[in-house]
Design a protein around this ligand. Structure first.
Ligand SMILES: C[S@@+](CC[C@H](N)C(=O)[O-])C[C@H]1O[C@@H](n2cnc3c(N)ncnc32)[C@H](O)[C@@H]1O
Length: 309
């Protein structure tokens, strides 16, 4: 009998194929991750469960170092690692935000801080985090108009609305940026350009976790619900997993707990929400192939058609 033709070997081959399909390539040796881990350790975060890796289907993400049981805490990131409006208010930008009228939004404060720290380069205490952030994003707002034109009509409309929204965000923030001129030797126009603000806006939009902060009068009334969570924000989305994620007031850490188990050396996912592919693309710049929330948007006028005879 020839070897490898039986049922057992077929099952083994299939399993091997399936695991090689989802197997990640460890990236923890990369200098950017070594620096980030050092930075995190200085802030009392030691990771035991996860490691950065690159996966065939989802790109860069986090891989389990051991098998993870249901209900297990997979990551617990101390408050000192989080970048929130508190960080911004405590920084050199605080005094400028406090005196600006009308008060800037929490989102503008975060974006301004990101652009300014990125500009500071080696001088920024956030450099190890900034270095691992994507240089460019794939959300529709970043696409050329000719590419947007090729999208299905309902998505095209939303993509154009998103572009208008970010352009208005930029235009309405320019006076505030001008007020920051005393902080820089270069002109603020060259630092707070449209492309720099777009990068910061996409960073917050695609990576921030939900964390509610109390209302502060130095900010506008828009909800202050963002926290950038270095390292934790390497977790990719799967619609099939369930996790519990929240800031724990007792431990003062942002914690994520699995609801389902995960095998050793597999990609660890979280769920960004029960989003259809249009929403995933608009907000995060990707679509999920086997998305149980996928739906088809129909253009106006279809509702007048009768589907019953
Ligand atoms: C919070 S970050 C996750 C980490 C990110 N992959 C990275 O390399 O920094 C969110 C971004 O990851 C990517 N992403 C998340 N889940 C994904 C998935 N299931 N498939 C493809 N890309 C995904 C998208 O670009 C999304 O905007």
């Amino acid at each position: 009998m020839r070897k490898g033709r039986g049922r057992t070997s077929r099952i083994r081959r299939r399993k091997l194929f399936r695991s090689s399909e989802s197997r990640g390539v460890n990236e923890s040796h990369k200098p950017a991750f070594i620096e980030l881990k050092k930075w995190l350790r200085d802030r009392k975060f030691e990771d035991t469960n996860l490691t950065p890796a690159r996966f065939p289907g989802t790109g860069r993400g986090l891989m389990s170092k051991t098998s993870l049981q249901e209900g297990q805490l997979i990551i617990s990131l101390p408050e000192s690692c989080l970048l929130t409006t508190d960080t911004v208010i405590r920084s050199y930008l605080g005094a400028y935000i406090a005196k600006w009228q009308p008060p800037p939004s929490p989102l503008l404060a975060l974006c301004t801080f990101l652009v300014s720290e990125k500009h500071a380069g080696d001088r920024s205490p956030w450099k190890p985090y900034l270095e691992i952030l994507p240089k460019a994003y794939t959300c529709p707002v970043c696409l050329e108009p000719e590419v947007v034109n090729l999208l299905p009509k309902p998505l095209k409309t939303k993509a154009r609305e998103q572009r208008t929204h970010v352009q208005e965000f930029f235009t309405s923030s320019r006076d505030f940026f001008s007020s920051l001129q005393p902080l820089f030797s270069e002109t603020v126009e060259s630092i707070f350009s449209y492309s720099a603000l777009l990068w910061a806006w996409c960073t917050v939009n695609t990576r921030a976790v939900y964390m509610k902060h109390r209302r502060r009068h130095c900010f506008s009334a828009e909800p202050d619900t963002y926290a950038l969570a270095p390292y934790l924000d390497l977790l990719n989305h799967s619609p099939d997993v369930q996790v519990k994620a929240a800031f724990n007031e007792e431990t003062r850490c942002y914690e994520i707990r699995t609801v389902s188990s995960c095998r050793k050396h597999e990609e660890v996912f979280i769920c960004y929400g029960p989003h259809d592919n249009q929403r995933l693309f608009l907000e995060y710049g990707f679509v999920s192939i086997h998305n149980p929330h996928a739906c088809v948007y129909v253009s106006e006028g279809w509702n007048q058609l009768s589907f019953y005879h």
